[in-house]
Design a protein around this ligand. Structure first.
Ligand SMILES: [Zn+2]
Length: 377
């Protein structure tokens, strides 16, 4: 199967692989389209259980809004007697079903009267389409195509118990093969690195309940790059503790420090940070959510081969940078943070190898230039 039209590099590698894979399995003549397992599948099969939901990474119950959209899609499939087809960018619906559903969901969106409802509908629909489109195709744990599953290669590692990461993920990054935020719970487990999807009420509620319990001084947001909005460095936070700083209570053995990692594209991260700040204002009053940045930036990953373009959107690199910088502080040097950073770095290398290995198997050359432009986020 050859691709016509758009340049290969216009499409993220994960999607390329996905389309080709579908072509190989199903022998469908259509380009850029994959279908759900069978157009003739039983209409009841659309139901997603909480177990299936959690196998993908979330810790929440299956979100009501997502469930509603999944059910609506399945009802529509039966009514139209026309299979659900996924393709395009992420879980985009295609074919006659896609055309009909597009009109339907746009009408629903327009009818919603406030921006918050619209936003939640957008998020839930993204998640619903991705769930149905990835079923039976992606490994639920590593989000790679089944034949590329890297789960056996990843070595689990305990994260220092005083730290908890929150992967605040844009819905468009959910179930993306080249997402790197997922590596954190693969390595540290979902209780130490927890997924929270932007705009999914159940996830956001769990995260904010934890923050309320912990208190404002125990929560901060990590910006992978230095940014004008960011005021604190790791040194500020932990080096010269004052009661104003998030790290000031690290001497208190019972306290956990919560780090929010924005897991989305650079363009989306401003909106994600704004939502966090708005919520922080509601919970804690006028004060802003403390944000920290890394001294080196997430791109300074010298040790990594083959030096791909870990840019400012690489979430795992941000976590590695944070743990590494913390490990250099004398008062935190005995908690094995450097080893924990190494464990994520190893997983990141495995992911990159898997993504590039697939390209090679597909007969695509991996020049240094191409290799360096593989998108990860
Ligand atoms: Zn896997």
């Amino acid at each position: 199967m050859r691709f016509a039209g758009a340049s290969v590099l216009d499409i993220s590698p994960s999607l390329l692989f996905r389309f080709r894979r579908r072509g190989e399995i199903g022998g469908f003549g259509r380009r850029f389209v994959m279908t759900s397992r069978s157009q003739a599948r039983d209409c009841d099969e659309g139901f997603v259980t909480v177990e299936e939901w959690r196998r993908w990474g979330p810790v929440s119950s299956f979100p009501v809004a997502v469930k509603q959209i999944v059910n609506d899609l399945k009802v529509l499939e039966c009514k139209l007697d026309c299979g659900i087809e996924f393709g395009g960018n992420g879980g985009k619906l295609q074919g006659p079903f896609g055309v009909y559903e597009d009109k339907k969901h746009r009408a629903t969106y327009e009818a919603l009267d406030d921006p918050e409802k619209k936003f939640r509908f957008f998020s839930a629909r993204q998640i619903a389409c991705r769930l149905l489109g990835s079923r039976g195709y992606l490994c639920q744990k590593c989000w790679l195509a089944m034949e590329d599953c890297m789960c056996l290669l990843v070595k689990p590692c305990g994260l220092w118990k005083r730290i908890r990461f929150w992967l605040y993920m844009h819905p468009r990054d959910f179930l993306r093969q080249n997402n790197t935020g997922k590596l954190l719970w693969q390595v540290f487990g979902v209780q130490s690195a927890t997924l929270c999807i932007f705009g999914i009420a159940e996830d956001e509620e769990i995260m904010w309940n934890e923050f309320k319990r912990a208190g404002k001084g125990q929560v901060c947001c990590l910006y992978p790059n230095q940014n004008s909005e960011v005021t604190l460095s790791v040194e500020n936070v932990f080096g010269n503790s004052t009661s104003e700083n998030p790290g000031s209570s690290m001497a208190d053995e019972d306290k956990t420090l919560h780090f929010i990692l924005l897991d989305g594209t650079w363009n989306n991260s401003a909106a994600m940070l704004k939502r966090l700040k708005d919520h922080a204002k509601l919970v804690w009053g006028e004060e802003d959510l403390p944000c920290i940045s890394l001294a080196t930036g997430a791109s300074a990953m010298h040790k990594l081969r083959p030096q791909p373009s870990w840019d400012r959107t690489c979430t795992a690199a941000a976590a590695i940078g944070l743990l590494s910088e913390m490990s250099l502080l004398p008062q935190l040097s005995s908690y094995g943070l450097d080893k924990q950073a190494d464990a994520v770095e190893e997983a990141l290398v495995i992911l990159l190898d898997s993504l590039t290995g697939r390209r090679l198997r597909m007969g695509r050359s991996i020049t240094r230039k191409v290799r360096n432009t593989i998108n990860i986020c």
